[in-house]
Design a protein around this ligand. Sequence first.
Ligand code: C2O
Ligand code: CU
Ligand code: CU
Length: 513
Amino acid sequence: MSPKLEKFVDRLPIMEPFTPQKENEHGAYYEVSMEQFRQKLHRDLRPTLLWGYNRQFPGPLFDVKQGEAVRVKWINNLPKSHLLPVDKSIVDAKLPEVRTVTHLHGGETPPESDGYPEAWFTNGYNEVGPFFKRKVYEYHNQQRATMLWYHDHTMGVTRLNNYAGLSGAYIIRDQHEKSLNLPTDQYEIPLIIQDRSFNQDGSLSYPKQPDDASDNLPNPSVVPAFLGDTLLVNGKVWPYLEVEPRKYRFRILNASNTRGYQLSIDSGQSFYQIGSDGGLLSKTVKMNTIQMEPSERIDVIIDFSKQEGKNIILKNELGPNAESNDRTDEVMQFKVIKPLSNRKNNAIPKHLSNIPSLKNNRISAMRILKLGGSTDEFGRPLLLLNDKKWNERVEEKPRLGTTEIWSFLNTTGFTHPMHIHLIQFQILDRQTFDLDRYNSDGKIVYTNSPTAPKSNERGWKDTVAAPSAQITRVIAKFAPYTGNYVWHCHILEHEDHDMMRPFTVIDDNDKRK
Ligand code: C2O
Ligand code: CU
Ligand code: CU
């Protein structure tokens, strides 16, 4: 258990946009160095040893324009050994290198720059083979305006590298969004929510996972997961933000390993949700609570104009089974004590953007993708996609430019946030089925008619909550690049324990594949 840290004593850190090292005819060029450093995460906590991009946790905030490509040199300057216990498999290989590779989540990125899990590079300490300490990636930024995020995606250690601090936000802006008169500048604030646990000395605490030592398992029957007992926003434990009595725009990201949130505001106000993973919704929806699985983003307006003088808490509604000493029921606090500096208020537009439905496209393939449990040769729990491990043959090969429906058939007992690289999809529906029947004879017997996605899920998404005993259907057009990508559960402990699979977008004319 972490030290009991007082809530709402530290100010929320506001991330300043990152300025490029240089700009030339190829666009902006950034250099990002991954390093180990210490950062103070709470008034009463000794500085925590972390891994971060440019010695920041979260990493620097990219703020780029649609249509303007950028290049980023990602450099691995991490120390010789891992901050957290590494997988036995990596230690066994006698390669003590520290592996990293960065992925821009939600990005329409060419495959060479997507951060393929096996495209990791080292800190240069691997003496046996060719090693690369750095990689220059290109991001084309042709897609809709939205907030993406970048994070480590290294095969088998994604959960550890992220937990150590390797993640940050990436905003793409466009002209249309500008025309909507949404709150901007100091009234537009990204919020990155994460959970962590700490030791008394301020260091990160992360439990041994089942694959750390096959002969000495903490509890082999438990599926890997991590829930920290302390919540952070923008790298501070339970912070507060002083606000004016006006509307603010918050772009919220759940960058936690496993934890999902059920956000609400304790003053009884609603959120006005204007965007999801892939940008603006078609119209603003009023939400009292918003579910956020790992990696989901929401774009919301909170109106403090009638709350002058009040302290308002962003809550995380815990389920009925929560323990009474669980302090994760609160995320951060807003103190409405700043004087109104600008009389001009923003409107909340009803209509936000056009979202053409993909349903009318010709459907080239419908795939049923099973999310299921299994065990490895030592009896340790694994979660698999379509009963396949990572390194088995690629099965999903959409042709470039075609539209497919992917149905996530969840045969496990809990929700998995499913993510597909390269594309943004639309959620079609969810339908419950009889899990016992499926487990006994493999038949899908529906127990209900399909239900439409929630009103705030009717925009572009790259991550979808696929609940237990339901089939969650999404539709996507596979473009604009061919090449190797991945799809996976975004609970990082699941992803690392084989809930990830490759897919390849193939050229339409290449009939041999
Ligand atoms: Cu945010 Cu493949 O990941
Ligand atoms: Cu991704
Ligand atoms: Cu999962």
